[in-house]
Design a protein around this ligand. Structure first.
Ligand SMILES: NC(=O)c1ccc[n+]([C@@H]2O[C@H](COP(=O)([O-])OP(=O)(O)OC[C@H]3O[C@@H](n4cnc5c(N)ncnc54)[C@H](O)[C@@H]3O)[C@@H](O)[C@H]2O)c1
Length: 383
């Protein structure tokens, strides 16, 4: 089996490559990346809290631990000749497409960044889908981590990808859920979802659209083996995600920043379960459908999460950082009544998954080792 993994140098891509290597020993894993994430984070004046080796050294360390079926290909997915060449040469059975510019605030900085994000993400996906089609490889299983952000914050429950619609004459249909994302990044994933749906409709290509929620945590079973195998961990305003940023704030004893009222409901999944479920999606296969999973294990109101984290911090360290409510720098709906459906997704995990605080102590212990780096990044939490 040949697996093409795009975005191998990223937060999820790297630990996923190691897990794929362990779970599919007979597979050849080809990881593509143009290392752009390293540059974007530098550009906004930050860096990964965990030290990240150059890719050739990362792979050497991985090999020492038996993850020896991974190869790296440097290149940009926006370059259609590069993509076509890779697809034609490798002829993958599985494409796991993770490469994207994934930061909402970065895509909102100005037209240049919005343009870059939309071109990078949408054309990268289009090039892959069409290279597969033009090389007569439509029997591939194409899997992309899109985002739960496509759903926006509606006042109706969110099914896995689809919604029942009834018109004023009582006619009914089940249609793809509309793209009501609220950033110029998030809408790219709605566009990708439509392009996957269309490619499946026209050619029968198996497309699995994994609506990824906010991923948190620092370790997976595989990266635990050696600190040099750790994935990147960003905490800055642009590239850090909610839970990971708050863990860093606990280490620095700085109040946890809650945007606006804090009544926003956000979905989450641990890094371990995110990678494990992607492995299970590969294992399960897809017989020519456009299939959507809501890749989340829990969803919470963010002010409740901030309070819970304060309590946990008190239990673990005898002190809590407090909470700082700040004006919401994002234009988003703060009140809504939706619930997420994720039954199909939870089946993939056999009903077993990590709860939000299971790994907190471990995460904080690792971050504490990089306290000096965190101190230097203290000024990067806010814009
Ligand atoms: N981390 C999360 O909480 C989260 C939540 C929802 C969705 N996602 C999605 O999951 C995927 C992975 O997220 P992540 O957090 O690991 O992001 P990441 O930025 O750490 O990883 C993406 C990788 O893709 C590479 N890349 C980007 N554009 C490229 C291009 N044109 N050509 C080649 N390589 C390119 C980057 O260099 C980076 O290493 C993304 O598609 C993201 O939108 C992530």
């Amino acid at each position: 089996m040949k697996i093409l993994l795009t975005g191998i140098d990223g937060y999820i891509g790297w630990p996923l490559a190691l897990k794929l290597s362990k779970e599919f020993r007979e597979a050849e894993i080809f990881g593509i990346d143009n290392l752009a994430r390293r540059k974007w984070v530098e550009e906004v004046g930050s860096k990964s809290v965990t030290p990240i080796l150059p890719m050739k050294d990362r792979l050497k360390v991985a090999e020492e631990y038996g993850f020896d079926n991974i190869r790296f290909i440097y290149g940009d997915l926006v370059d259609k000749d590069f993509v076509n060449n890779v697809i034609r040469t490798i002829k993958p059975d599985i494409v796991l497409h993770l490469a994207a510019q994934p930061s909402a605030p970065y895509s909102q900085i100005n037209l240049d960044r919005a343009y870059y994000t939309q071109k990078n993400n949408v054309l990268g996906t289009l090039n892959l889908l069409w290279a597969l089609r033009e090389n007569e490889l439509t029997d591939v299983h194409f899997i992309e981590t899109t985002t739960t952000g496509i759903y926006g914050a509606p006042n109706i429950n969110i099914g896995e990808g689809f919604v029942k619609v009834v018109d004023e004459e009582g006619n009914e249909d089940v249609l793809p859920f509309p793209n009501i994302a609220t950033s110029f990044y998030h809408v790219t994933k709605g566009f990708d979802a439509t392009n996957m749906w269309l490619m499946n409709f026209q050619t029968g290509m198996a497309c699995t659209d994994v609506r990824t929620s906010i991923v948190y945590g620092i370790n997976t079973e595989e990266t635990k083996k050696d600190e040099r195998l750790l994935t990147r961990f960003d905490v800055d305003f642009y590239f850090g995600t909610l839970y990971n940023r708050w863990c860093s704030m606990i280490i620095l004893k700085r109040p946890l920043t809650v945007y606006g009222s804090g009544n926003q409901i956000k979905p989450f999944i641990s890094l371990e379960d995110c990678c494990r479920s992607l492995v299970e999606i590969v294992r399960k296969g897809n017989k020519g459908e456009y299939k959507v999973y809501n890749q989340l294990t829990e969803y919470v109101r963010i002010r409740d999460l901030a309070e819970e984290l304060n309590k946990k911090s008190e239990e673990l360290f005898g002190s809590s950082p407090g909470i700082e409510f700040i004006p919401n720098p994002r234009k988003e709906k703060e009140e809504s009544k939706y619930k997420f459906k994720n039954d199909e997704f939870i089946k993939l995990l056999n009903g077993k998954y990590k709860k939000m605080f299971d790994e907190l102590k471990d995460t904080l212990e690792i971050l504490d080792k990089y306290r000096n780096t965190l101190e230097r990044l203290r000024g990067r939490f806010l814009k």
